[in-house]
Design a protein around this ligand. Structure first.
Ligand code: PMP
Length: 381
């Protein structure tokens, strides 16, 4: 079975597994303890913070460790909205964001905030003028993802961030960076991001570890109250093994980013070329993120294609992992102007550095055969 679902999660690097095991065995102290075991754990935590900060080009004090990007996104959005409610109660985000962003915003709407969802065009991009016209004096936060997890479409943060800040210097910019880090260059200073979320398991680190970059000087209302770990922003005993594992994965991913992007984009282009020769398929992704190819077959249910591919030894996905068990069409594709049939027939193929030209060719061939064979039987529109 060949795994083509790297946007859902990735196999951890061997070095990460070894590091985590080693830390679990040898350094089980609580970093808040003041004996030697605690100090050892504290040193590991400090080092992990330095490494993750260096990978992002920020200061170690600006890193808040979390359990993953769902938590980071919740903390960024709700923490900023609660903290800065005296500035205003308007939040702006995009209709194609990850549920952890959208649902956090919608919870804030229940609590009295006004939330505006920006539309995207058929390529999944927001319009900068649209954003600038939507932001108001009472806007507290704008949350825009770097790379979309379903379609691999990339928002031009190097243009969006500076333009937003030039017009509205006090409005906070949060970026969900989960699908971009290690895949494309990340420049938080240039983007003028105030908050940036990351998850370890998308970059060959462990599940259950993530971080939130919080720009120096910014306050957030903590969502977890307790022992005041992580500068009081995220109480709870730090998961040292996973955080050290995440730091290792981030160091490796950022060192290999360019090489990764060259190799994986070439695989993506090979696959795109092959799939664009199948006339019935519609492309939802472009040559943007290296690792995501997304196509729709409007005459076939995505699950049918997925299960047929699985029988032939390929694991792909229909939508994002968190929503693929729900029967509704993809919200992201509907937002991009696709109709119900197109939004229900989406297949996401996400690539990793281990894949070869041969893997791509075998997958392309299998998909071609399935579409050819199933077409007369499985039409549902
Ligand atoms: N944002 C995006 C863009 C994602 O792809 C994901 C993972 N599906 C998340 C947030 C949530 O990350 P985690 O699994 O670490 O909670």
């Amino acid at each position: 079975m060949i795994y083509f679902d790297y946007a859902a999660t990735t196999p951890p690097y061997d070095e990460v597994i070894q590091t985590i095991t080693e830390v679990m065995k040898r350094h089980y102290g609580n970093p808040s303890s003041i004996h030697r075991f605690g100090e050892e754990a504290q040193q590991l935590l400090t080092k992990a913070r330095e490494v993750t900060a260096a990978a992002l080009g920020v200061k170690p004090e600006e890193i808040i460790f979390t359990s993953g990007a769902t938590e980071s996104n919740n903390l960024a959005i709700k923490g900023a909205a609660f903290q800065y409610q005296s500035r205003g109660r308007h939040i702006v985000t995009v209709g194609t964001e990850h549920p952890s962003v959208l649902e956090s915003c919608l919870q804030m709407r229940e609590l009295g905030c006004e939330v505006t969802l920006l539309p995207v065009d058929r390529e999944g991009h927001i319009d900068l003028n649209d954003l600038l016209q939507t932001v108001r004096k009472d806007t507290v936060l704008v949350s825009i993802m770097h790379v979309n997890n379903e379609t691999g479409r990339v928002q031009l943060l190097e243009e969006i961030g500076p333009a937003l800040k030039a017009h509205y210097p006090r409005v906070l910019l949060h970026v969900d960076g989960v699908q971009g880090f290690g895949k494309l260059p990340v420049d938080l200073k240039r983007w003028q991001a105030d908050l940036y979320s990351l998850s370890a398991h998308k970059i060959r680190g462990p599940k259950g570890a993530g971080l939130l970059y919080v720009k120096e000087g910014l306050e957030l209302f903590p969502l977890l109250a307790g022992g005041s770990q992580e500068r009081g922003l995220r109480s709870g005993t730090e998961n040292i093994p996973l955080l050290v594992g995440m730091a290792k994965a981030m160091r490796m991913a950022s060192a290999q980013q360019q090489q990764y992007a060259e190799h994986v984009s070439a695989l993506r282009d090979r696959l795109l070329e092959r799939l664009s020769a199948i006339p019935v398929l519609e492309m939802n992704s472009g040559r943007e993120a290296p690792h995501i190819v997304h196509v729709s077959h409007p005459g076939m249910k995505a699950e049918v294609i997925l299960h047929s591919l699985e029988e032939q030894g390929f694991a792909v996905s229909t939508k994002s992992a968190c929503s693929s068990k729900r029967p509704e069409p993809s919200r992201v594709l509907l937002e991009m102007g696709r109709d119900q049939a197109q939004a229900s027939g989406g297949i996401r193929i996400s690539l990793g550095a281990e894949h070869t030209d041969q893997d791509i060719d075998r997958l392309g061939e299998a998909l071609e055969q399935i579409i050819h064979k199933l077409k007369p039987l499985e039409r549902w529109t």
